[in-house]
Design a protein around this ligand. Sequence first.
Ligand SMILES: NCC(=O)N[C@@H](Cc1c[nH]cn1)C(=O)O
Ligand SMILES: [Zn+2]
Ligand SMILES: [Zn+2]
Length: 478
Amino acid sequence: DPFQLDALIQYVDSHQDEYVETLRDWVAVESDSSDVLKRAELEHMMDITAEKLRKMGGKVELVDIGDQELSDGTKIPLPKVVTAQFGSDSSKRTVCIYGHVDVQPAKKEDGWATDPYNLTEINGNLYGRGASDNKAPVLAWIHAVEAYQALNMELPVNVKYILEGMEETGSNGLDAMISQHNHTFFSDVDYIIISDCGWLSRKPALTYGTRGNCYFLAEVEGPKQDLHSGVFGGTVFEPMTDLIGILDTLIDSSGKILIPGINEAVAALTEEEMKLYEGIEFDLESYQRKIGVDRLMYSSKADLLAHRWRYPTVSIHGIEGAFSAPGTKTVIPAKVIAKFSIRQVPDMDPLLVEKQVSDHLNAEFAKRNSPNKLKVTMVIGAKPWVADLKDSLYEAGKRAVKTVLGADPDMIREGGTIPIARTFQDVTGKRIIMLPIGGFDDGLHSQNEKMSRYNYIEGTKLFVAYLHEVAQVWKVVI
Ligand SMILES: NCC(=O)N[C@@H](Cc1c[nH]cn1)C(=O)O
Ligand SMILES: [Zn+2]
Ligand SMILES: [Zn+2]
């Protein structure tokens, strides 16, 4: 049958309540990849994902990607990766859609207005952990194919899926799986599509870059057990004081990274980039209001976007072992582990960053002349990714956005990390497009994460249209 976008759009509209119900089922699964106690839930999530694709007639596999080594040395199986294939017509292009169905942790007590695992619709927004990151976009891609099938319309391209369950903790095991399947699963793939990001404003967007991330643990160990701060305070070198002291040498109050060598590696900002940033729809005041802060670090749009997307930054996430409960326990913690990360941008190299951070912290620690022990480990080393803005995959994206959403998308980058994007590029050599459907205010990783019904349903239509547009893209860049 010829391509009939109107019929497909109508089909999506009339099935939107079913799509919301499926999202409800998926959100109900607490597939938190950071908590090993939730591993059974995560495995269940991978199973229901595989089952959904199997029911649609896909050639589905649950691929074993080995074990995860825990901090105490024990090993547990990593959640299997779901691969699926719809169509193998060699006269058509083949796209591979990547997504993840694991989520960040969430508890009602963190300050959620609703139960994070019970999808709740309020004023057109669907609240729930993982709703936007990344369950609704994954489902939208599945429903896009289902719509073609339901209308007996031939898929314009062969469609493959690769859906993982460890993205939120750095895509453990996926690099190796991609290398192993490079000459099998990926051999006939032309383009890789990722929808694990969001728009910058109410205007639709296409994403052409992501930052990487190097995640560190810095452990300071002192006395053999916790001590009374009145009885022992003043006589021992406190691990927490040492740790806070060295953490304070990572970044200054103006946002300048103080670790030698880091800033020197950053690719210079070009005038072309600045011009692009200036033309993007982004309102600093509403961004500031949304976050709820009195002042931002930069007052011009271009500076702010540049620091969000294409400069590195240090974030300190937490300290394990520190006293953090309510109350006034007068304790000297014996062992504390700081968790911080540095977002990576071109041309930083995670292996070099690992050495720079370790050398710097050890040198700062030595200055303190403390008898405590410092151990620095990098647990995630994800590289940044940038696409060629002129790639015809993006022209196809612009056409699909214009057709479905009636707007020209902004070309944006993402401050967050999709660890596997760069591996796809480096190992498979395939061209990649990021096609976001999440809203700018979805609250990813935060309390009250949501996906709007509008973005979910219009996003499904956008994917339907993109499958048609991408079928016409040249295989080679010319
Ligand atoms: N939706 C993408 C996302 O949130 N990615 C995580 C991945 C990550 C990076 N370091 C640890 N996890 C992100 O925080 O950017
Ligand atoms: Zn994600
Ligand atoms: Zn995420």
